[in-house]
Design a protein around this ligand. Structure first.
Ligand SMILES: Cc1ncc(COP(=O)(O)O)c(C=O)c1O
Length: 335
């Protein structure tokens, strides 16, 4: 049973402030050689890696709303920060450049703080960058907010990209992505059984919220890229925050969030033998490149679920390619 129609959901999403940053809708493509190599289930990829701006990725859709909100509030400066190879920061730097905003990035100094991949692109896009030593999470957020205060004192109007607001708006973004998939499935005459994504945040929350609102058959499975004990709670909260933003009369409960951290391996951003194999398989059957931290681990999870028989050969799976490919260039040694 659908709670709203696709048109109604889109109208609700269109009421949220946004800026036009990407190439949407992104393609939904069949991967026949990959399906064959994995013994059957029909696999399609939703190509968020082809979202247009700065080598694409899922954050372009999210920034449509976070930077949309910044512009709506009259901001002239974007403040963001994350891991040194952050895809989100690279896309934020590019979005800011495109809209004529200043961009300040505070990036966590880590093993991949080399001027390659995303960090290289951050510099080229003209972001003002500082590498900082505390770990990720609340300490980095505190640095971002302190910087915003300094910038305000200098007369700038900064907008800080940080959870929980940015996660709730990412959820809105991926409810929008679901409306595209709904329409694409209709025109292809298919109804997928499963949807896999490398996420423990707004991306998965949006897939859950959107598919529930539209009464879709597909079950969104999240493969976490990081060890977070509260990941189910995070996804549930993001989904419910976004339901409120969109004025959708529905709630998501913990048992509607299927998310596993079984494919993280040693740590976030450290490759596993299975993710290297998954990345090479997809490249060598379909000519599509996954990334080392998110999509390759998610695809390794999908392969394992197929091998365990959780997904049968007559079912259909949509894999959300969330991008992240520029980070590959910082992983030359691992590959
Ligand atoms: C390539 C890629 N995939 C997936 C994700 C996870 O997105 P979310 O935090 O919305 O779950 C990220 C986040 O940085 C990403 O860069």
């Amino acid at each position: 049973m659908n709670l709203v129609t696709r048109k109604e959901l889109r109208e609700k999403i269109n009421r949220i402030p946004q800026v036009n940053l990407g190439h949407f809708p992104t393609p939904l493509e069949d991967c026949p050689r990959l399906s064959e190599a994995l013994g059957g289930p029909r696999i399609l990829m939703k190509r968020e890696d082809c979202s247009g701006l700065a080598f694409g990725g899922n954050k372009v859709r999210q920034l449509t709303f976070t930077i949309g909100e910044a512009v709506h509030q009259g901001a002239d400066t974007i403040v963001h920060g994350a891991a040194s190879q952050s895809n989100h920061c690279r896309q934020a730097a590019a979005a800011a450049a495109r809209l004529g905003l200043k961009c300040y990035l505070r990036l966590s100094r880590d093993k991949k703080s080399i001027v390659q991949g995303n960090l290289l692109l951050d510099y080229i896009a003209g972001a003002q960058i500082e590498l900082v030593d505390p770990p990720l999470g609340p300490e980095l957020d505190a640095i971002k907010y302190a910087l915003a205060e300094e910038l305000k004192a200098e007369g700038l109007k900064p907008y800080v990209i940080a959870a929980p607001r940015s996660t709730a708006l990412a959820t809105v973004a991926f409810a929008w992505c679901i409306t595209e998939i709904h329409e694409q499935q209709e025109s292809m005459g298919i109804e997928a059984d499963w949807m896999y994504a490398g996420s423990a945040g707004g991306t998965q929350a949006g897939l859950i919220l959107g598919s529930k609102a539209l009464g879709m058959k597909l079950k969104p499975v999240g493969i976490a890229p990081i060890y977070w004990d509260d990941r189910v709670e995070r996804v549930r909260i993001a989904a419910n925050d976004a339901a409120e933003i969109l004025k959708l009369d529905l709630q998501i409960a913990d048992d509607e969030v299927e998310n596993t951290d079984a494919y993280v391996g040693e740590a976030y951003g450290v490759v596993t033998p299975e993710c290297i194999a998954a990345l090479k398989l997809v490249a060598q059957t379909e000519g599509i490149f996954l990334d080392p931290s998110y999509t390759s681990k998610a695809f390794a999870g999908l392969i394992d679920h197929i091998r365990q028989g959780r997904i049968s050969s007559d079912e259909t799976v949509i894999f959300l390619h969330t991008g992240g490919t520029p980070a590959l260039f910082a992983y030359n040694e691992e590959f």
